[in-house]
Design a protein around this ligand. Structure first.
Ligand code: HEM
Ligand SMILES: *[C@@H]1O[C@H](CO)[C@@H](O)[C@H](O)[C@H]1NC(C)=O
Ligand SMILES: *[C@@H]1O[C@H](CO)[C@@H](O)[C@H](O)[C@H]1NC(C)=O
Ligand SMILES: *[C@@H]1O[C@H](CO)[C@@H](O)[C@H](O)[C@H]1NC(C)=O
Length: 319
């Protein structure tokens, strides 16, 4: 059954994502979001990384439904206190600011899930990465799922098999794991996400000997064994933390991956990920096209359309 109005190409009633969803109802949407992302990134370069990560953490839990944006309330615990997000996921104020700018032009029309998807795309582009058209028409979920955030999102100490399983559980491939992991060419990580590799690797009292020695020394200086400043950050891509460049794959080949989950893509013997790391290192332009494809798959995970969701007034609360 095709809803008859769909034949007239009225996307708002047709129940799937498309590029022209807000063409009549919010024609300036993409410009409004882009300008707001520019302001946020000009204020703080790292915000590009934070917005990209937020989109990933949204889509892996209940699909791309804005669930990660919800605050805790008396009746519902959100995802912000789940382990992968707690003291780590950030950029919520920026999403609020974009939402306000969008509401000022088009009231109660655009979902928070779409805003987050566009902001992630714009963040990559502003950091020097690829640009791709984004399909729109997602609706916002009416609930969050803290348990799923704890279970579905990969952890930095997880085995490669387990990370691959988590991607495959949502329909993404080994290739998507490698391609999307290159998001770690921008942004930063707290000491506690990699510190055990520096001093007590796998329960021993020595570091992971495979880490490139000067990187190991730098990280040990930044994150001393007995100083637990919880706010210290290390660049995920030490030389070019703000550039969405190909250094990430080169780093892995040099044993300079900061997170164990990054290095394991290249260092796990005979792993299915290794050929992809080598391929994208040799063919950076192929990477641009494939990142575009993987990001579209990510942004399409279990989306809500039409009456399945709502257009939140405030991204932090269900209506
Ligand atoms: C493959 C499994 C992945 C693991 C285990 C992982 C884990 C992590 C960890 C532990 C951090 C540091 C968080 C902190 O210390 O606050 C981080 C940061 C980041 N992740 Fe991932 N991640 C993965 C995949 C992804 C994917 C698929 C994306 C996006 C497409 C992504 C984007 C980012 C970005 C941009 C940052 C930096 C955020 C910032 O500076 O605010 N990650 N990730
Ligand atoms: C600018 O970034 C700083 C952190 O670097 C943050 O504290 C501040 O709130 C941001 N200002 C705006 C207007 O976003
Ligand atoms: C990797 O593959 C090689 C060649 O096929 C094989 O000899 C070796 O045992 C494999 N190593 C592991 C850890 O599976
Ligand atoms: C998005 O997901 C829907 C259903 O889950 C699927 O039919 C469609 O082909 C997907 N689109 C893309 C571009 O992956």
């Amino acid at each position: 059954f095709v809803f008859p109005l769909c034949l007239l190409f009225l996307p708002a009633v047709c129940g799937q994502l498309n590029y022209y969803f807000y063409r009549n109802t919010c024609p300036d949407l993409e410009r409004i979001v882009f300008n707001a992302v520019i302001s946020a990134v000009m204020n703080e370069t790292r915000m590009a990384a934070s917005l990209l990560r937020l989109h990933f953490h949204d889509c892996f839990v209940n699909g791309c439904d804005g669930s990660v944006l919800l605050d805790d309330t008396d009746s519902m615990i959100g995802e912000k206190t789940a382990a992968p997000n707690h003291n780590s996921a950030r950029g919520f104020e920026v999403i609020d600011a974009i939402k306000t700018a969008v509401e000022n032009s088009c009231k109660a029309i655009v979902s928070c899930a779409d805003i987050l998807t566009l902001a992630a795309r714009d963040s990559v582009h502003l950091s020097g990465g690829p640009y791709w058209p984004v399909s729109l028409g997602r609706r916002d979920g009416k609930t969050a799922n803290k348990n799923a955030a704890n279970t579905n999102l990969p952890a930095p100490f997880e085995s490669l098999d387990s990370i691959i399983n988590k991607f495959q559980a949502v329909g993404l491939s080994v290739q998507d794991v490698v391609v999307l992991s290159r998001a770690h060419t921008i942004g930063a990580a707290h000491c506690n996400t990699f510190k055990s590799s520096l001093f007590n690797f796998k329960g021993t009292s020595s570091p992971d000997q495979t880490i490139e020695p000067s990187l190991l020394g730098n990280l040990q200086t930044l994150c001393p064994e007995n100083n637990n400043d919880p706010n210290t950050l290390a660049s995920l891509d030490p030389m070019t933390q703000d550039r969405f460049d190909n250094a990430y794959f080169k780093n892995l080949q040099n044993n300079e991956g900061v997170l164990q989950s990054d290095q394991t893509l290249f260092s796990t013997p005979n792993a299915s990920t290794v050929p992809y790391v080598n391929f994208y290192n040799n063919y950076p332009y192929a990477f641009f096209m494939d990142f575009h494809i993987s990001m579209i798959k990510l942004a399409n995970l279990s989306v809500l359309t039409r009456s399945d969701g709502e257009i939140r007034k405030n991204c932090r609360f269900v209506n």
